[in-house]
Design a protein around this ligand. Structure first.
Ligand code: HPA
Length: 264
C-alpha cells in the first residue's frame, strides 16, 4: 500500500475511489486515515495536521501517524508540505523534491526505540542511518512526475526543520542560510526519520509558499501560506495522479533493510 501525507492546505483525498475512513489504533493514540484506490493501487491518505489544520506542527502526533500507516501495510509514502525559501533562486510557486535536512526541532519524540521504557515492543536501541534520508527511487519518480505536469520542479534541496509554531527571525534565517539550508518548514522531522525506522520509503515535495523572514522584507502570515497552498492545490492533486501509477511494485532502494546493523 502507498500513502500520501498532505500538509497545510492539502486535505482532500478527492482522487481516491472506494473511499473508506479507518480509525487505526496505535500505542501512541488513534489515527483517522482515509483508504481508497487509484488506478488499481491501494492508497492511504493522511492529513498531517488532522482535518481542518487542528494540530500545530509542534503538537502533531508523528509517531501515531507513522505507526498507523505501518500498521496498514504502507511501504511507500509521498508527502507534501509548505515551506519558506531561504534561497533567492527558489521562488514561491516552485516545488522542491527534498534531498536532505537539518534538524532544529527541540522537544519532539523522534524515535520508536526508547529502550526498556518503550511504548512499543521494539525495546532495542536503534541508531538509524540518515545519510540520504529521502528514498532515491521515490524522489526521482516525484521529480519526473512534476516535470510531466509542467510544474516548476527543483531536484534536491536541504530542508531546515524548526520547532515552530512561530516563524523565524531574520537573523535565524541568515544563520540557516549560511548552514546550507534551502527551504524551511516545521514538520518534516521527525516524519522522515520515523519512516526510516519503519523501513518505509519516504519522499517529500516541498511547496514554496513564501520567501523566509527577512529575505523579501515583508511580514509573514499563515494566511499567505494557506492562500498559496490553496492556489496550488490543483497542481498537487494532478501530481499525485501521475506519481501513484508510476511507482514500480518492487523497491530497488535500501529503505527496506534499514534496520540491518542499526540495532544496538
Ligand atoms: N518558515 C517556517 N515554516 C514555513 C514557512 C516559513 O517561512 N513557510 C511555510 N512553512
Amino acid at each position: 500500500m502507498y500513502a500520501i501525507i498532505g500538509g497545510s492546505g492539502v486535505y482532500d483525498p478527492d482522487m481516491l475511489s472506494q473511499q473508506e475512513e479507518r480509525i487505526v489504533e496505535t500505542p501512541f493514540g488513534a489515527v483517522e486515515v482515509t483508504v481508497g484506490t487509484f488506478k488499481g493501487a491501494e492508497v492511504a491518505f493522511l492529513p498531517r495536521h488532522g482535518g481542518g489544520h487542528s494540530q500545530p506542527p509542534h503538537l502533531i502526533n508523528y509517531r501515531a501517524n507513522m505507526w498507523a500507516l505501518h500498521e496498514l501495510g504502507v511501504e511507500r509514502i509521498v508527502s507534501t508540505s509548505a515551506v519558506g525559501s531561504l534561497n533567492e533562486d527558489v521562488a514561491p510557486g516552485s516545488y522542491v523534491v527534498l534531498s536532505d535536512f537539518i534538524d532544529f526541532t527541540k522537544r519532539r519524540p523522534t524515535t520508536f526505540y526508547e529502550g526498556p521504557s518503550s511504548l512499543v515492543p521494539e525495546k532495542d536501541v536503534v541508531h538509524i542511518d540518515v545519510t540520504r534520508p529521502y528514498c532515491p527511487q521515490l524522489r526521482s519518480i516525484a521529480y519526473d512526475s512534476g516535470i510531466k505536469c509542467g510544474m516548476q520542479m527543483i531536484d534536491g534541496g536541504t530542508y531546515v526543520c524548526t520547532e515552530g509554531p512561530r516563524f523565524e527571525t531574520a537573523a535565524e534565517i541568515r544563520m540557516y542560510s549560511m548552514l546550507g539550508g534551502d527551504v524551511i518548514g516545521m514538520t518534516n522531522v521527525p516524519e522522515v526519520v520515523l519512516a526510516r525506522e519503519l523501513e518505509i520509503c519516504y519522499a517529500s515535495i516541498a511547496m514554496v509558499t513564501n520567501f523566509a523572514a527577512g529575505i523579501s522584507g515583508e511580514k509573514l502570515t499563515h494566511a499567505e501560506v494557506l492562500d498559496i497552498m490553496g492556489k496550488n492545490k490543483k497542481n498537487i492533486q494532478r501530481l499525485f495522479k501521475v506519481i501513484i501509477p508510476s511507482i514500480p511494485k518492487s523497491r530497488d532502494c535500501e529503505c527496506a533493510s534499514l534496520l540491518e546493523g542499526a540495532k544496538g
